[in-house]
Design a protein around this ligand. Structure first.
Ligand SMILES: NC(=O)c1ccc[n+]([C@@H]2O[C@H](COP(=O)([O-])OP(=O)(O)OC[C@H]3O[C@@H](n4cnc5c(N)ncnc54)[C@H](O)[C@@H]3O)[C@@H](O)[C@H]2O)c1
Length: 326
């Protein structure tokens, strides 16, 4: 990581990319923000539009449009590419073919251009695309991070906050784990409110809030993205801010605990895939995977989610395998 100039890149400057760019600029996360899109004219327009607002922002972030390879100088590249026309009807997995093709195109080019920083990937299906980035980039495991269930975990904490009298979600520790998709689960066994276990908090405050309908809260966290999607055709601010938060945490060596989709080393009994688990995020990317002892039911849900991801990874790798040279 360069010592003086903080450089963040964004590839794919559509709904999500532009929300991330706005957060990076307005939170003064980078000195230079490099943006790149296959539609370079549009990206140039976005860069110039940001330049117009520089006097009014708290930062002096220079927003610069670059060709893909120009991102290689960055400390962190935020990934928000997808085929523009793709609107999934019922599952993020429907996006796989198109985004896998883009991944196979752009990652080797960035590798060739010498990118040595950290990828933070929002592109869906996030876990599978994160794994492909790992495989194709030549970077160590800790430098390839998918946002995974980070946004879903924020949704979980907000839903919980609503049912326990508005306790600030930042005082709640609770994570969705597994696939960033329908098979993710809430790790209830490790949820706390102000350091007190959720079970204890629920028992102590039963008179006030009654029994927490965990199934309903979990389901709302899992599916809230679709509720937004149905109404505005995309989601962008939650994930855009999340991407910027990841960049900030890496550049500031924040060592914050967040959910993220990362390559597994058996911490949850799984290997050779990326999947959402709590991690410590800092200068080296994944500083540590936080190892929960999940309940039996949670572990079963997590394993099922992992198997689903692995199946899609296998299928994608097979589709992109070089034909045998006879
Ligand atoms: N992980 C999450 O929690 C989360 C949440 C919301 C959206 N997403 C995902 O983020 C991605 C982006 O969504 P969006 O709404 O911004 O899409 P979008 O269509 O608005 O933007 C995608 C951008 O990628 C660009 N692009 C396509 N191919 C490219 C290439 N080869 N090189 C450079 N740029 C290229 C397109 O021109 C477009 O500007 C999608 O995969 C979406 O599912 C993830």
């Amino acid at each position: 990581m360069s010592d003086t100039v903080r450089r963040v890149g964004i590839v794919g400057i559509g709904n999500v990319g532009i929300a991330a760019a706005s957060a990076v600029v307005h939170e003064n996360i980078a000195d230079e923000l490099y943006i790149s899109d296959i539609d370079s004219e549009r990206a140039k327009g976005e860069a110039w539009d940001f330049a117009d607002s520089i006097e009014l922002t708290p930062s002096r972030t220079r927003v610069i449009e670059v060709p893909l390879e120009g991102l290689a100088v960055c400390d962190v590249i935020l990934v928000a590419v997808t085929e523009r026309s793709q609107i999934p009807s019922s599952s993020r997995l429907e996006l796989l073919k198109g985004t896998a093709a883009i991944t196979y195109d752009i990652v080797p080019k960035l590798r060739q251009a010498g990118f040595k920083g950290t990828y933070v990937i929002a592109t869906n299906p996030c876990d599978i695309i994160t794994y492909l980035f790992y495989k194709l980039s030549g970077l160590p495991k800790n430098h390839v991070i998918g946002t995974g269930t980070a946004l879903d975990s924020m949704r979980l904490r907000r839903q919980l906050s609503d049912v326990i009298g508005g306790v600030d979600p930042r005082s709640i520790s609770a994570f969705m784990v597994g696939e960033h998709g329908d098979s993710q689960i809430a790790a209830w066994s490790h949820a706390t409110v102000g350091g007190q276990s959720l079970d204890q908090f629920e028992e102590d405050n039963f008179d006030q809030f009654g029994k927490i309908d965990r199934e309903q809260v979990e389901d709302a966290a899992r599916h809230f993205g679709w509720e937004i999607h149905k109404r505005k055709g995309n989601t962008q601010f939650g994930i855009g801010n999340e991407l910027a938060f990841f960049a900030k945490s890496i550049l500031n060596d924040a060592r914050v605990v967040t959910a993220a989709s990362v390559i597994q080393n058996g911490e949850y009994g799984q290997h050779d895939l990326a999947i959402g688990v709590p991690i410590v995020l800092g200068r080296n990317g994944v500083e540590k995977i936080v190892k929960y002892r999940l309940s039996k039911k949670e572990q079963e849900g997590f394993n099922a989610s992992a198997e689903l991801i692995k199946g899609y990874i296998k299928q994608t790798l097979e589709e992109h395998e070089e034909p045998a040279n006879n």
